[in-house]
Design a protein around this ligand. Structure first.
Ligand SMILES: [Zn+2]
Length: 246
């Protein structure tokens, strides 16, 4: 997709020269499904305490200074417990991360994802919510917020309708609804993302991260639906969710 991305070109400014240039590694284009499979495998390693040796060393760093080819874009919450590079067991340069409390969209968020899709050719976009999300919990409470900025942010969270009366179940449903809505907004609010999704250049997948088990549950890329497992009690048996993304 050839694009005139003047508004985001500043992000691809030439890197600073390094004393001993190291050639950027050759990168074969990855299919959306292969990128998704890679994140799934990484999350299984993380959840099972089988992290690989992370690609974080100086050699990798210098290689990446020449170019980046992230295999996926992850829009997720700023929550300190939901860091994508960690929960997907990835190294430097592998995930293009956009983080904002409540994993909500907005012009800056959509533009960042557009850049990753159009310029960096990342084949996969994941919208990742998580259990016990404080931002979504705040959106459920009708309480006064201390700043205009917070009101604006919380107002972007879409908790959905007809939530259960039980507070824990209501939060779980609201988190799920918000991920689904934020996923749908990507193609509604961005022509670049919409075209890339329609052409098959990218796949957009909703997902939920469970803080206790470490498992990510994957939603259906076709209708953006998500199974109901988030916010399971900590002592509940951890069941591998049905994998509906394949
Ligand atoms: Zn959160």
């Amino acid at each position: 997709m050839a694009l005139a991305m003047g508004s985001v070109a500043f992000l691809s400014m030439a890197p600073m020269a390094v004393a001993e240039p190291v050639a950027a590694p050759a990168v074969a284009p990855m299919s959306p499904q292969a990128a998704l499979d890679d994140l799934k495998a990484g999350n299984r390693r993380f959840a099972n305490d089988e992290l690989r040796e992370a690609k974080l060393g100086s050699k990798r760093r210098i290689q990446l200074s020449q170019a980046q080819h992230p295999m996926s874009v992850v829009l997720t919450c700023s929550d300190s417990r939901a860091a994508p590079e960690i929960i997907f067991d990835q190294g430097l340069g592998e995930i293009f991360v956009v983080r904002v409390a409540g994993n909500v969209g907005g012009p800056e968020v959509y533009a960042s994802i557009e850049y990753a899709v159009a310029e960096l050719k990342a084949p996969l976009v994941v919208v990742l919510g998580h259990s016990h999300c404080g931002a979504v919990a705040t959106a459920l409470k009708a309480k006064e917020l201390p700043s205009y900025n917070l009101k604006l942010l919380i107002g972007l969270i879409n908790v959905g309708e007809n939530l259960p009366n039980n507070p824990e179940m209501a939060l779980a449903a609201a988190i799920r609804n918000n991920v689904r809505e934020q996923t749908l907004y990507l193609t509604q609010q961005s022509e670049i993302i919409r075209r890339a999704a329609r052409s098959g250049q990218i796949m957009i997948v909703p997902a939920l991260y469970d803080l206790e088990s470490g498992h990510v549950t994957w939603g259906n890329p076709a209708d953006r639906s998500l199974p109901e497992i988030v916010d399971a009690p900590a002592d509940a048996a951890v069941a591998m969710p049905a994998d509906v993304a394949k």
